[in-house]
Write a protein that binds this ligand. Structure first.
Ligand SMILES: Nc1ncnc2c1ncn2[C@@H]1O[C@H](COP(=O)(O)OP(=O)(O)O)[C@@H](O)[C@H]1O
Ligand SMILES: [Mg+2]
Length: 376
């Protein structure tokens, strides 16, 4: 129970030229934790609201458990939704807030009691049941809102940025609880966030959206290692993937990335993927993540094969990591190094790239032409 199918779904708001959601086409499996992620305005909430029945579908078909539901009202969809704003009833106690949905569905009093108590136990809010919402912290309120959704035992949970009003610590904690809860309840969950870290840690599958259009659907690891285009490559991961402009050339049977300041040999394994589409190779963008760029001080002397001279423009400590920004002419590359290493501003350095981890994108379309990775 709880499978969902979007069949070429569109949303066109009145008076808007561009579709807010454009050809959304996706199967969501029963029990899956699916995350919709993308920048603000990319159509995440609209997609979720169409699924909830709160927004009319302009074109395309929506199915829940194989049943066509385009015109089924929200209350008949067996869905519970949690929003960013908890929207608790201030005059009702925590118990009454959680019980309300069940009461409206004419659940027997005894059953309501059982369910509310069970949910309160799961969410560790049993001791708060007599309180009013204004006697709760933000995190507790959000748990009550979750409790209200869970108590109904719907087939599908929809959550729209439910943690964004919480501070960083509480957000991390509630995130962990939600993951655990979903694993226990095994209910289909569609979760919306603009935060790629949240998406990567929570989703079993992630849908990346931009301008109403799905960019890629994949498990977290695959999104990170094999981004389908430059947008996904830049959106997923922190710091952002480094991008260098250039072209791909071939000399004596070897492929090279030829950038403004660099000429880098491309390993055969990646090059073999590239060679099929030779026209687009003149204008490419190479992508390298910070952890795949090596750095060492430049003490002068001879050039070293595979190492390129640059200058440190700044560095950034983030606890476990140190990110060093290196200028290569007009382009800047961020390198991740050990936190105890020391690279002062203006220091001369040498930089190298793990080319077996490099990505190549078509400069015009952004489409991935080839990518390295772990698998062969
Ligand atoms: N009720 C509405 N009327 C007109 N345009 C809307 C409405 N709701 C959202 N939009 C537009 O649709 C696009 C997608 O919005 P939304 O789904 O809220 O994005 P997200 O949740 O990803 O931030 C945006 O361009 C937004 O301005
Ligand atoms: Mg939104």
């Amino acid at each position: 129970m709880g499978s969902i199918t979007f069949h070429h779904v569109y949303k066109n708001y009145k008076g808007e030229e561009r579709s807010a959601v454009n050809d959304f086409h996706l199967d969501i499996e029963e029990g899956e934790f699916l995350v919709l992620v993308g920048p603000s305005g990319c159509g995440k909430s609209t997609t979720l609201r169409m699924l909830a029945g709160l927004e009319e579908i302009s074109k395309g078909d929506l199915y829940i458990d194989g049943k066509y539901v385009n015109y089924v009202s929200p209350k008949d969809r067996d869905i519970a939704m949690v929003f960013q704003n908890y929207a608790l009833y201030p005059n009702l106690s925590v118990y009454e807030n959680i019980a309300l949905g069940l009461k409206l569905r004419k659940t027997a009093k005894h059953d309501i009691e059982l369910r509310v108590n069970r949910v309160a136990k799961i969410l560790e809010i049993s001791h708060l049941l007599e309180r009013k919402p204004n006697q709760l912290s933000g995190g507790q309120k959000q748990r009550v809102a979750l409790g209200r959704a869970i108590a109904r035992e719907p087939q599908v949970f929809l959550m729209d940025e439910p943690l964004s009003n919480l501070d960083a610590k509480l957000r991390a904690q509630t995130r962990a609880e939600l993951i655990k809860l979903q694993a226990e309840l095994k209910r289909t969950t569609v979760y919306v966030t603009h935060d790629q870290v949240e998406a990567m840690t929570m989703g079993t599958r992630i849908v990346v959206m931009k301008d109403g259009v799905i960019q890629q659907v994949a498990p977290p690891r695959e999104l990170y290692d094999k981004p389908a285009n430059r947008f996904v490559a830049g959106f997923i991961g922190s710091p952002q993937m480094n991008f260098l402009e250039g072209s791909i050339i071939r000399e004596d049977g070897v492929y090279y990335f030829s950038g403004r300041r660099l000429k880098l040999a491309i390993p055969d394994r990646i090059a073999s993927g590239l060679s099929r589409d030779s026209r687009s190779l003149r204008q490419v963008v190479m992508g390298v993540r910070a952890e795949h760029a090596g750095l060492m001080p430049d003490t002068g002397g001879e050039p070293l094969p595979g190492w390129h001279r640059g200058v440190v423009s700044m560095s950034e400590v983030t606890g476990a990591d140190l990110y060093v920004y290196v200028e290569l002419g007009e382009e800047t590359v961020i390198c991740r190094v050990q936190p105890d290493e020391d690279y002062a501003r203006h220091a001369a350095v040498r930089i190298s790239f793990k080319m077996d981890k490099a990505h190549f994108f078509d400069r015009e379309t952004g489409v991935s032409l080839a990518a390295g990775g772990d698998e062969g």
